[in-house]
Design a protein around this ligand. Structure first.
Ligand code: CP3
Length: 355
């Protein structure tokens, strides 16, 4: 198989690179004035996700402005539950609402088996449009939520602080939760494979809420379903290139070794994990992505540069590091701070490292 030439893909596969690649979770979004303008043009967030021309524009905005090393498909993890038949609304200021919430076994049975080519055709169309516009400048990352994280929104009916409903289901009626997770393993596998067929060059599975689970519950209800998805993915794109798989589970640093053994190529880490130790713990079996605290972006550009260098030095001059934040950029961030971060990472070299 030919080796990729893009430094982001090379780092995912632990091949040597000229410097550490950087992309940022939630790199497109409300902190960018040009995003707000296009969202206004679309009417609302979900209409923006469903408009391939406008979704392509906002995907490219941060790549063009900052010179990032990868683009990420502009969409949302919750379009999958919508395609399975749930009502989806992004209420102003209150986050997403999925309606009616899943509770009884009958609710799970009513969920549709998705055909992503039809039910999520707008995503496939966006992927093709982005690839055409990118013209191979940088690779395109596709994504999905993990079954557990998607299930939290479907059972809670939206965002939650306590996760009482889904945890109640997990302890009292684990068979109902497992039936829901089985449906989601199937849907996410189909969805990511369709994204790969339409041209995404890497995929990331977001397990944003894996960290709210107890140790054994994470292994049983989250990691196992992600492992089944990874096993079911077509790992080569239509052009014959390897498609790396990134597993990002927030708050799950204690499970690093097990995540590394899931079959994925890259594990994404949040800022609570020691990156230098993490590299030793995975013993070169996977690449690592991360893991600067997003809150550093509220500091001065000089402090941002120091923290970025600290993160780079923690991993050290070894292959297999993709620089990222430990979670998404927050809307109160400013483009100036992101520019400072990208310059710091792209200007850094181990040879000329200042302390
Ligand atoms: O990273 C990117 O730039 C690509 C786009 C992307 C979005 N959502 C756009 C978005 C990605 C990869 C996601 C994934 C996503 N969506 C996750 C997992 C990643 C994570 O952050 O942990 C989750 C949990 C969701 C669900 C979701 N979408 C919530 C809870 C919210 C509301 C919270 C908020 O920030 O308002 C969204 C909305 C959302 N998704 C926005 C964007 C740009 C904001 C919508 C707006 O423009 O108002």
């Amino acid at each position: 198989m030919p080796e990729p030439h893009h430094r982001f893909l090379r780092a995912c596969l632990r091949l040597p690179t000229d410097r550490v690649p950087i992309w940022i979770m939630r790199q497109a979004g409300r902190y960018l004035p040009e995003y707000m303008a296009v969202r206004k043009q679309a009417g609302d967030f979900l209409s923006l996700c469903k408009n391939p021309e406008l979704a392509t524009q906002v995907t490219l905005q941060p790549v063009d402005r900052f010179g990032l090393d990868a683009a990420i498909l502009f969409s949302d993890i919750l379009v999958v539950p919508e395609a399975m038949g749930m009502g989806l609304n992004f209420g102003l200021g209150e986050g997403p609402i999925l309606d009616p919430a899943i509770n009884a076994p009958g609710d799970v049975e009513k969920l549709r088996v998705i055909d992503p080519e039809q039910d999520l055709d707008y995503v496939m169309n966006t992927i093709r449009t982005i690839r055409r516009e990118l013209a191979d400048r940088v690779p395109l990352i596709g994504f999905s939520g993990s079954p557990w994280t998607l299930a939290t929104y479907m059972v809670e009916g939206g965002s939650s602080k306590t996760f009482s409903r889904i945890k109640g289901m997990m302890y009292d009626r684990p068979e109902v939760l497992q039936a829901l997770l089985d449906r989601l393993v199937d849907a996410v596998t189909r969805y990511l494979n369709a994204q790969i067929r339409h041209g995404v060059q890497a995929v990331q599975i977001f397990d944003t809420w894996g960290g709210v689970l107890g140790h054994d519950e994470f292994l049983e209800f989250s990691l196992e379903s992600m492992r089944r998805i990874v096993a079911g993915l077509e790992r080569t794109g239509p052009d014959g290139a390897v498609v790396p798989v990134i597993l990002f589970a927030k708050g799950c640093g204690s499970h690093l070794e097990r995540m590394a053994a899931s079959g994925c190529d890259v594990v994404g880490l949040d800022w609570t994990t020691d990156l230098a130790q993490a590299r030793l713990r995975v013993e070169g079996r996977v690449a690592l992505q991360g893991n600067m605290d997003p809150a550093v972006l509220s500091a001065t550009p000089e402090r941002i540069r120091r923290e970025a260098e600290r993160t780079l030095k923690a991993y050290g001059p070894h292959p297999g590091h993709v620089f990222n934040l430990g979670h998404g950029i927050t809307p109160d961030c400013t483009p100036r701070k992101v520019a400072a971060l990208v310059e710091a990472v792209q200007g850094f070299s181990f040879g000329s490292a200042s302390s």
